[in-house]
Design a protein around this ligand. Structure first.
Ligand SMILES: *Cc1c(COP(=O)(O)O)cnc(C)c1O
Length: 371
């Protein structure tokens, strides 16, 4: 058993498998700009996720910026501050104003009941996040979007392969962004994808991600967000082993749940009904008054044993925007409370139940009940 445990560790194919996959790249000397690996990965991912109009990008963040460009969003976008900074960054960097909506206590996704009050005549879209792979209440969100004629763009960076009632997370909303960063359940070292409901947007993003070029015409000024062949090759390899990677994560998650569920003062993420999870993260929310130790105590105790956990997500992205202006943070009290008390435990393929037990023992020992 490793004594040092990081909060995450990338899944990898064997060295031989990757070398074999990149052999053709050597032979063809076609390294980027929609090569064979790129084309194959787009096809395989579309089939796996059960969608059309999937465009690969250099990373998830750029996919999100491209989606905003393709859909031509303007004005205000309703989103949540309980996310990785990328979601808010994309909105701000594209010249839009993020309007922060609070989240639900049980699964940390946007609270649809609080969206309508935030809509103004400037609102053009809702950008919810499937946090930790928990799916947003897409039915309620799309009803609101239809009523006010808003676009819905999901930050699905955490939700690769997640399904509700057999329906892929990738088929929700007008568009979804996936991240294939090295730390994600499925990765291509760096990488990402945009998935669109409408097929004309697939053609458009291919233009946006390649400087706006369309044949000889330059209709608008796009950036450069293309995925290269080596990244696509890593994606092709990892996709073959995804099922076993998820099964290995599931084993650890089940052990964490079994060991931590009964401890007073700990709240685990709700198990969503009819949802097939990808076991991406394992957040625990600590109530210090009841548990006896706070989130930072737990983080430090694990750290002393060489175990890395992560305050994910802390701080709220709204606090970053406001540069310390507390009033923006106070508008989403549930998100702020979770952010102050949540800790993500180590979780990756191959972590194993013995390590999970070791981590749970350290946590349990910090609780009142054990004293
Ligand atoms: C990882 C992540 C992103 C950004 O994806 P990159 O591929 O790293 O650019 C965006 N949003 C969320 C919620 C993420 O976890």
């Amino acid at each position: 058993m490793d004594s040092k445990i990081l909060v995450t560790r990338s899944s990898m194919p064997s060295f031989e498998e990757y070398c074999n996959e990149i052999k053709e790249i050597w032979d063809s000397r076609w390294l980027t700009n929609s090569g064979v690996k790129h084309q194959t990965l787009e096809k395989e991912l579309s089939a796996f996720l059960g969608v059309s109009n999937l465009a690969l990008c250099v990373n998830g963040h750029q996919a999100l910026e491209c989606i905003i460009e393709v859909l031509g969003l303007k004005g205000e976008v309703i989103t949540t501050p309980f996310t990785f900074v990328s979601t808010t960054n994309a909105i701000v960097r594209k010249g839009l104003k993020p309007v922060f909506c609070d989240i639900k206590k049980d699964d940390f996704t946007i609270d649809p009941e609080k969206i309508e009050a935030l809509i103004t005549e400037k609102t053009s879209a809702i950008m919810p996040v499937h946090v930790y792979g928990n799916l947003c209440d897409d039915e309620a969100i799309s009803k609101i979007a239809q009523k006010y004629n808003l676009k819905v763009i999901y930050d699905a960076a955490h939700a690769f392969g997640v399904k509700r009632n057999g329906v892929s997370s990738a088929s929700l909303g007008d568009a979804s962004m996936f991240s294939f960063h090295a730390t994600k359940v499925f990765h291509s070292i760096e990488g990402g994808a945009a998935v669109f409901k409408d097929s004309e947007n697939y053609a458009l993003i291919n233009q946006w991600k390649n400087f706006g070029i369309n044949g000889e015409e330059l209709q608008f000024f796009g950036g450069n967000s293309k995925m290269n062949e080596f990244a696509a090759a890593m994606g092709l390899c990892n996709l073959r082993h995804l099922a076993s990677a998820i099964a290995s994560r599931k084993e650890v998650v089940m052990r964490y749940r079994e060991r931590l569920e009964g401890i007073k003062g700990l709240t685990l993420s709700a198990v969503q009904k009819n949802v097939e999870s990808n076991y991406a993260y394992f957040p625990v929310v600590f109530d210090p008054a009841v548990f006896g130790s706070n989130r930072d105590d737990v983080l430090n105790a694990l750290g002393k044993q060489g175990i890395g956990a992560r305050k994910y997500f802390y701080p709220l992205t709204s606090s970053v925007i406001a540069f310390g202006d507390k009033s923006l943070v106070e508008k989403t009290p549930i998100a702020e409370n979770i952010s102050q008390n949540v800790l993500c435990l180590p979780l990756y393929e191959g972590l194993g139940t013995q390590n999970a037990d070791r981590i749970c023992n350290i946590i349990a020992a910090l609780g009142k009940e054990s004293l």
